[in-house]
Ligand binder design. Structure first.
Ligand code: NDP
Length: 254
């Protein structure tokens, strides 16, 4: 449908080489967008690029550690250099370090905040003049159920993901006048490398997720494709500053 058509649009998906980012990238590619996927791992980038290119669109990849300012700025510049424009920024790259709050070193705290929150802000900051000059654009920030809830083993992660939602609202109000819509997506429990590690580290996590999620299953990367297309397309032009759970009902469960 034309309302959801992304033909001619250019999207950056950070962390687009796997998990949730790959699912979102696949949705955007299927809807016609050209893509720059970003990650640290060259092999993962190459494999994802090959799979995404099968949708028929142009796909490029970029190696960057988004914990540092310059590589984030280089990412935005690389998209503009290669494609000549930028329309959609999906800030998805993220990490978690799980332990009790009192056991974190300051370096561990900082690492999580640097990637999940500061890197995301720098990407928005660098993309803003490009999107404004183009007459508008879409920013999609990935939060978490930990944007809403706490658990005992995620202090810096929860702080970063709560910050992502508040930052999203602040940017949405500032940039609405530029026709830039900024929204957050809050995934529930999605089966990815990140959560496979969590399953290994947190006793009975699998049972607790299945029990607490009304849909009765883990989400998949594919479950994230539709929301990416919606928030990247003209279908969502009057939606900004929201945080939308994609969680099989997890956040609605009392
Ligand atoms: P994965 O670990 O499967 O993927 C993470 C992605 O981010 C990879 O593509 C990785 O690429 C990239 N990445 C990580 N750190 C950096 C960095 N410093 N610089 C550049 N790229 C980086 O995680 P998920 O797909 O599960 O998570 C994606 C996002 O969704 C994260 O923000 C996460 O917090 C969030 N989320 C996930 C949930 C889940 O249940 N899975 C639930 C809620 C939120 P590479 O290895 O090449 O660097």
């Amino acid at each position: 449908m034309q309302r959801f058509d992304l033909t001619g649009k250019v999207a950056i998906v950070t962390g687009g080489n796997g998990g949730i980012g790959f699912g979102m990238a696949q949705g955007l590619a299927d809807a016609g967008a050209s893509l720059l996927i970003v990650g640290r791992n060259a092999e993962k980038n190459a494999a994802a690029k090959a799979r995404l290119a099968a949708a028929g669109g142009r796909v490029e990849s970029f190696i960057a550690d988004l914990a540092q300012e310059q590589p984030v700025r280089d990412t935005i510049a690389d998209a503009v250099r290669r494609f000549g424009r930028l329309d959609i920024l999906v800030n998805n790259a993220g990490i978690n370090i799980r332990k009790a709050p009192q056991d974190y070193t300051l370096a561990e705290w900082q690492r999580v905040i640097d990637i999940n929150l500061t890197g995301l802000f720098v990407a928005c900051h660098a993309a803003y003049p490009v999107l404004r000059q183009a007459g508008g654009g879409k920013i999609i920030n990935i939060g978490s159920m930990m944007s809403l809830f706490g658990t005992p083993f995620v202090a810096p992660y929860a702080a970063s993901k709560g910050g992502v939602v508040q930052l999203t609202k602040a940017l949405a109000t500032a940039w609405a006048k530029d026709n830039i819509q900024v929204n957050a997506v809050l995934p529930g429990w999605i089966d990815t490398e990140l959560t496979q590690r969590a399953r290994a580290e947190v006793p009975k996590l699998n049972e607790r997720v299945l029990d607490r999620t009304p849909a009765g299953r883990w989400g998949t990367g594919q479950d994230m494709a539709g929301i990416a297309v919606f928030l990247a397309s003209a279908a969502s032009d009057f939606i900004t500053g929201t945080a939308i759970p994609v969680d099989g009902g997890f956040a609605a469960q009392g």
